[in-house]
Design a protein around this ligand. Sequence first.
Ligand code: SF4
Ligand code: SF4
Length: 501
Amino acid sequence: MRVSSFTVVSTELSNGSHVLANAITGAVDVVSPEVGAPLWEALSESATTGPWQVSPEQAAHVVASLGSSKRSQLSARGHLTTLPVVSEQHLMSAIAHGTHKIQARQPVVAILPSLECNYRCTYCFERPLQHDLEARSGNDKFDGVLMTQDHLEPLYGAIDAILADGDARQGRILMLYGGEPLDRRNARLVTALVEKGLQRGYTFHAMTNGHDLDHYLPLLGKRGIGRVYVTLDGPKHIHDGRRVVTSGESSFDAITRNIQLLIDATDAEIDLSMRLDPSNTPWASEALRLYDTWDWTANPRVTIGARPVHVTGANGAVHPALNESDLLAHLRQATAPYARVVPSRIAGLVVRMLKPVLESGARLQADGTHCSANSGSYLFAPDGAIYACWGAPCERECKVGTYMGPDGLSFDTETANRWFTRKVADIPACRSCAYALFCGGGCALHAERNNGELFSPNCNDFPFAFSQCLADEVDAYLDVGSRAGLRSLNAASNPFPWAHR
Ligand code: SF4
Ligand code: SF4
């Protein structure tokens, strides 16, 4: 008997116990310090890079120390097993393929009406794209940079064809993305685009800087653009230095005014992100207190999350300016009182995974794919092309097709297959990682840029952050009253819309 290769252990709960979660059996259990502490030690000290697993010697030592009744309890839950390692890996692979198949039938569609933006944020990953806009367009009409009325028929023809084939995710929702999709300068085109989509039975979400939301008020709400994803980077004097309006006015004033307008005058939902690096992280708690005074933290239509800015080095490698564990260290305490605020992407992932388990005794649902770019994301750009990855719109490496050419919708099968088939079971270094079915192999774009290979792991510090969040959420659930209880994020709401959960 040995410790399952796919049982992960949480950090310590406030009462000294630990959580075990097994991605194959779907079991989640709280275990005593005598069982949990040595397993956590064995897992956390066994590796400094993936694959992350308990070393067989240390695990054998833990198993030998257990009494027979404890052994049979843990084995009934799948945390101990007699299966050979390779058989468990086959099970992991079968789950990864099965969940990928389901996700591939739920394509995610985004429309980029414009590649231009009325902001020049200091850390924007699209800055090189925007520097290049004039050269891209080749003329003063900005062809290929802004959509026109001529795009609309082929655009919706292609979207209809893609979605006709799948089980549309969360209904028939299209994401407006950019550049800035809700720039007031494009209101006529964007209004026509949205109205045409509504006539065809679609509704919309928008990832926007929020600056011109007041110019789109008639379209905002559940019957039109039902949710907006907006970023605020701290209190005004911090935020305005990072999210810079080309016209020179305060972006903080415009965005906060518009969020309040949305709350008061529409039924739209708001997902608010804080984009953090070491310079503004110390201000995140003050920003939360501000949102609290405006009642945003308690509003059931508002979800708040933090995520790191990513930094590209001179060699093209991409890293988070802060890893998830740093975010947690800064924000765990500050976010704990709020049921609708998550300190990091992985905290949101853990909340969504645990909710059905803790509330109705369901099995933990594992997932073999990191994000929708690896199962079916279709970003429609003004240049007539379709791209797979949200982090690299208009980059040749993720151009999976076209929709404006003489042939209508057409795919580059090789590139589409490369992007849309990556799952954790196909990444050799991930196959023996205990976290495989929770992590999904990490961001494919960053894996390619950092390792030169799309089918390679991108761990960052996923295991440590996941284990910490597992402990925090179970702790909060068990300790209702003194803390927030299990966070109650809207199940459909996700501050990271390209992620699966
Ligand atoms: S997580 Fe990575 S691969 Fe997925 S959409 Fe974002 S940048 Fe692209
Ligand atoms: S990328 Fe994720 S699944 Fe792969 S080794 Fe790293 S942590 Fe494990």
